[in-house]
Design a protein around this ligand. Structure first.
Ligand code: HDD
Length: 695
């Protein structure tokens, strides 16, 4: 049989099932722009390839099809070798206090001006499609488009790094990435190669203990600190240098997940942190950080009981306070993820005049690596012309050609010195970037490590001893979890030998949890110093009592009281929190006959996605839900994760009474609204040891 075909009107040949809600996807009038090829030729039919007859074969001459498929075939670029999984947002930087005494950089001297920036947050080990909530360091990279050139502060959410010398970076990354023979585990440090490497490299001990702490599982990207880590220099008008470390302090304080939550969230919502950033910006609840600096002189640095050029060392805030001098607000989610978040290229060597590097050997290696990696990832030397990377101040140079050159340089000369075009740009000694004229020792060339870098235990010891009891338990439990995944006994033993140098009690707790005997302590290369405790490195201690940025899940069902739902919703919102309605179905008929649309079905929104939960359901619904394991988990998990629960009579009678949920002060009946709102601002950490076997 021959199919009938209408060659003049493609719409008449369209499949009746294609199209948007039944709307034909062709141009019926001129109300929307034409779909065209890359060459600007208007496309008449975007549903069917050109065929010799309605049932094939397709014709090679179909340039519309070829162009579409070819472009599609080339959509992917190499993902970042580390920090592949990330999300970002636009915003601005504003200086509140001038650092004129220390630097000439306008971004740090001109107060009250909003300078655009782009910030990208990331996990380190996982690939681009991995989950948001692994136990991992988070990248915290800020590109500020200053009027004197781009300034990239490429930092992390921890103030120190794993290694001291860039020479070790590929080894470190190979050890944490999926093991090369088997290709797993993805986005996880809990495996043999990672612990093998770190236990053989004691300089990793400090960052390692931060990785085992609550800082490695942030509740929200808006609730983590950011650190530039290395010491940099600020250079003032007299050419004088002051050392500086950069800090970002979140307005919402520092808040973390529990490990069990993080594991469950990775199944329930692998985009958990990314979605939170998106939703908060869409809601106008803009993420904000204070910008701070630790300033110190060469002479002061000489008195520190550690070497500040060693990136495995933090400078305790109690020793050198963080001076708050500005803020960052993120107020616009990217229009296009690939064009902006994926193509953004950070590099620690992007600095404006007035800021300079220190001799930190890790930093020095980074200055090479980032530019090099962009050449591969973005395909050539013109990546700085991509809009997200281009400076927003005037720029001009004699660079020419290369892949994807977007500029059309005018004139005869692209070299210097030249005398043919007097108005071409030239270097400017007065305004240009100048390196600090550092007087160097007469060093001897060699592959050496400074002796002042040899102490690997004093700071992790200080970190552990500065934590609250709940945090210490989390740290010990995290070591036990990770080492529990390590198959090779001597790797576990070697790790314990380091923990003994950090804190004996910690080592014992981990050994007991693993059922192992304690080995001899590792031999330290330098004396271990008892530093004063630093509350600034806690997590729980930095978590404010607030509902701002936190989300409450309200479970409702058929016949639920609308007035009660609204009462809770309004109270949560008034306290700065947000609400999601969860129900067995998406459309829910309430007691007054109105139908509301739930945000999520209960099976799709486990309570790990919320900071506190409320249940407002009728007895027949409660009876039915009592047989549903996802509903039972909803309450059980909320309880086990130390959250506030507000319950109605039916929930109590048919669900809570069947569960090991104790009526402590955070489990309250619906009529105690004020108590619930107060509780929802925090967690009841005292509950934790009752519900979890912590190390
Ligand atoms: Fe790195 C990316 C942070 C040491 C080599 N790094 C990257 C990103 C962050 C950091 C946040 C992601 C940037 C983005 O969002 O695009 N890296 C750090 C910090 C370090 C550090 C805080 C130590 C203080 N990195 C480090 C070393 C080397 C690299 C020692 C190599 C010698 N890092 C890279 C890289 C990446 C990168 C391979 C991968 C993608 C990219 O640069 O653009 O060049």
């Amino acid at each position: 049989m021959k199919d009938k075909i209408n060659h003049n009107d493609p719409a008449k040949n369209m499949c009746p099932h294609t199209g948007n809600g039944g709307e034909p996807q062709y141009q019926a009038d001129d109300s929307v722009p034409n779909l065209t090829t890359q060459q600007g030729v208007v496309i008449s039919d975007n549903q069917n390839s050109l065929k010799a007859g309605p049932r094939g074969p397709a014709l090679l001459e179909d340039f519309v099809l070829r162009e579409k498929i070819t472009h599609f075939d080339h959509e992917r670029i190499p993902e970042r070798i580390v920090h592949a999984r990330g999300t970002g947002a636009h915003g601005y930087f504003e200086l509140t206090e001038s650092l004129e005494k220390y630097t000439t950089a306008k971004i740090l001297t001109e107060t009250g001006k909003q300078t655009p920036l782009f910030t990208r947050f990331s996990t380190v080990a996982g690939n681009k499609g991995s989950k948001d909530t692994p136990r991992d360091v988070r990248g915290f990279a800020v590109k500020i488009y200053t009027e004197e050139g781009n300034w990239d502060i490429v930092g992390n959410n921890m103030p120190i790094f794993f290694i001291q010398d860039a020479m070790k970076f590929p080894d470190f990354v190979h050890a944490v990435k999926p093991e090369p023979d088997r290709g797993f585990p993805q986005a996880a440090s809990a495996h043999d190669t990672f612990w093998d490497f770190v236990s053989l490299t004691p300089e990793t001990m400090h960052n390692l203990i931060w990785l085992m702490s609550d800082r490695a599982i942030p509740r929200s990207l808006r609730m983590m600190e950011g650190f530039g880590i290395h010491s940099y220099r600020l250079i003032n008008a007299e050419g004088k240098s002051t050392f500086v470390r950069f800090h970002w302090k979140p307005k919402l304080g520092v808040q973390s997940l529990t490990w069990d939550e993080a594991v469950k969230i990775s199944g329930a919502d692998p985009d958990y942190n990314r979605r939170d950033l998106f939703e908060s910006i869409q809601a106008g609840d803009y993420p904000e950080w204070e910008f701070g600096v630790q300033l110190f002189t060469e002479e002061e640095a000489a008195e520190f009981p550690f070497d500040h050029l060693d990136a495995t060392k933090l400078i305790p805030e109690e020793l050198v306070p963080v001076k708050i001098v500005g803020k960052m607000v993120l107020n616009r989610y990217p229009d296009n993820f690939f064009a902006e978040t994926e193509q953004v290229a950070f590099c620690p060597s992007h600095l404006p005049p007035g800021i300079d590097f220190s001799n930190d050997p890790l930093l020095q290696g980074r200055l090479f690596s980032y530019l090099d990696t962009q050449l591969k990832r973005l395909g050539g030397p013109n990546f700085a012309q991509i809009p997200i990377n281009a400076p927003k101040c005037p720029f001009a140079n004699n660079q020419q050609d290369g892949h994807m050159q977007m500029h059309v340089p005018k004139g005869r000369t692209l070299y210097e010195p030249q005398s043919l075009e007097p108005n071409k740009p030239r270097a400017n000694y007065k305004q240009g970037f100048k390196s600090f004229n550092e007087q160097l020792d007469d060093g001897v060339k060699g592959r050496v490590r400074a002796e002042s870098f040899a102490d690997h235990y004093s700071q992790p010891r200080m970190f552990y001893r500065s934590q609250t009891p709940a945090e210490q338990a989390h740290i010990a439990t995290a070591y036990a979890f990770e080492l529990g995944k390590v198959e090779t006994a001597h790797v576990r033993t070697r790790t314990l030998s380091h923990l003994l140098n950090i804190d004996e009690d910690l080592a014992k707790r981990v050994a007991d949890a693993l059922g192992m005997d304690l080995p001899e302590a590792a031999k330290p290369a330098a004396p271990i110093v008892d530093m004063p405790e630093s509350p600034a490195v806690q997590t729980i201690g930095l978590s404010p009592k607030t509902l701002k940025g936190r989300q409450v899940g309200i479970l409702v069902g058929a016949g639920s009281k609308k007035a009660s739902i609204e009462k809770f919703e309004n109270a949560v919102k008034a306290a700065g929190g947000s609400v999601k309605i969860v129900a067995p179905s998406i459309e829910v008929k309430l007691d007054d006959g109105t139908t509301i649309q739930a945000d999520e079905r209960v099976a799709g929104a486990p309570s790990v996605l919320f900071d506190a939960v409320v249940s407002i359901i009728m007895p027949d619904v409660a009876k039915k839900l009592a047989k549903d394991s996802s509903t039972l988990d909803w309450f059980n998990d909320a309880f086990n994760h130390c959250k506030a629960i507000a319950y109605c009579g039916a929930t109590d009678e048919f669900i809570l009474s069947k569960l090991p949920v104790e009526k402590d002060e955070f489990v309250t009946p619906l009529d105690e609204l004020d108590a619930f709102i107060e509780n929802a601002k925090t967690r009841l950490w005292e509950r934790e040891p009752k519900v979890r076997d912590l190390a």
